[in-house]
Design a binder for this molecule. Structure first.
Ligand code: IMP
Ligand code: MG
Length: 286
């Protein structure tokens, strides 16, 4: 079967996200910026619905929405559709490890019969394309006559499977976004806006601050640098990492002093997020 659903002409051009906004105070620790506020979301959902209504004038439509990410989007979308339609849900989970896609598993089967039907398959966000490609394949296996795709957000640059949606709310940047149904580890689905999640929340990296003192500052070319390490990294691993980043420090390798916070620590010392690690020449020049 053909795997590519062409974005047929006349179906509306996807919107670029308007200017970013500041996160509400309550969420500022988690959300870097607001991508779409409630007003922008509602206006665009109404436009998408108008387009869909125009394309299915006979109203002979079955909408299949993917759980759980589409809860808000589908609830808003169908309330703007004054045509007869049947609505059902399919559960597909990608068992993500953090923000990286994992193995696809169906967690809820369709209850309605879609054989010989026009189906509109709805998802929250089109990323690599694996989820929608698999869900679409399943609907074709179940005998659907024609399947069109509708997504609220589209991260075009991230596509790994050649697939385009017929209806796209907004083009999204290559950042991890949450809210309006979208989650990070099942959190944030209830936010009424779409926001960019702070990298410090989803990054598993261990970030430490490295300080260079005395003439090490000249050799390194800076007084301070933030370094991201694997969780559980040791002081010896940080030393090796810093020598890789700043080759001019290498001649000092055997003699320089390193302190975590204010204490000198052995190489096997495990670093903690936010640790400040100081690099000194063997003789403190002040
Ligand atoms: P795909 O299979 O890579 O296209 O991923 C689609 C699924 O990944 C969506 O249904 C979402 O559940 C999830 N996803 C992808 N990007 C994001 C994001 O930025 N925030 C939240 N979920 C995402
Ligand atoms: Mg999802």
């Amino acid at each position: 079967m053909d795997m590519v659903s062409a974005n047929e002409a006349g179906r509306g051009v996807p919107r670029a996200v308007p200017r970013l906004g500041a996160a509400p105070k309550a969420w500022a620790g988690h959300i870097e910026s607001v991508l779409l506020d409630q007003g922008q979301i509602q206006a665009r959902v109404a436009e998408l619905a108008a387009q869909i209504e125009e394309d299915y004038p006979r109203g002979d439509l079955t909408i299949v929405s993917l759980l759980n990410g589409t809860v808000m989007f589908i609830a808003d979308l169908v309330r703007h559709l004054p045509i007869p339609l049947r609505l059902d849900f399919m559960g597909v989970s990608s068992y993500r490890d953090g923000t990286d896609p994992g193995e696809l598993v169906f967690t809820r089967d369709l209850k309605l019969d879609v054989s010989g039907r026009d189906v509109l398959l709805v998802d929250d966000i089109l990323d690599t394309g694996r989820t929608l490609a698999r869900a679409r394949e399943k609907l074709v296996e179940l005998g659907a006559r024609r399947v069109r795709l509708c997504v609220f957000l589209d991260k075009k640059e991230r596509r790994a499977t050649p697939l385009e949606a017929d209806y796209v709310g907004f083009l999204a940047p290559d950042a991890f976004v949450v809210g309006y149904g979208l989650d990070y580890q099942e959190q944030y689905r209830h936010l009424p806006f779409v926001g960019i999640l702070r990298p410090s929340i989803h990054s598993s990296a261990l970030r430490v601050e490295v300080l260079f003192h005395s003439y090490f500052k000249e050799l390194a070319g800076c007084g301070r640098v933030a370094v991201d390490l694997e969780p559980g990294a040791t002081l010896a691993e940080l030393r090796a990492h810093v020598l890789g980043l700043f080759p001019k420090l290498r001649p000092m390798e055997r003699s320089f002093l390193v302190a975590v916070g204010v204490d000198y620590q052995p190489g096997e010392h495990q670093l903690q997020p936010g640790d400040e690690v100081s690099f000194f020449p063997p003789v403190q020049g002040g």
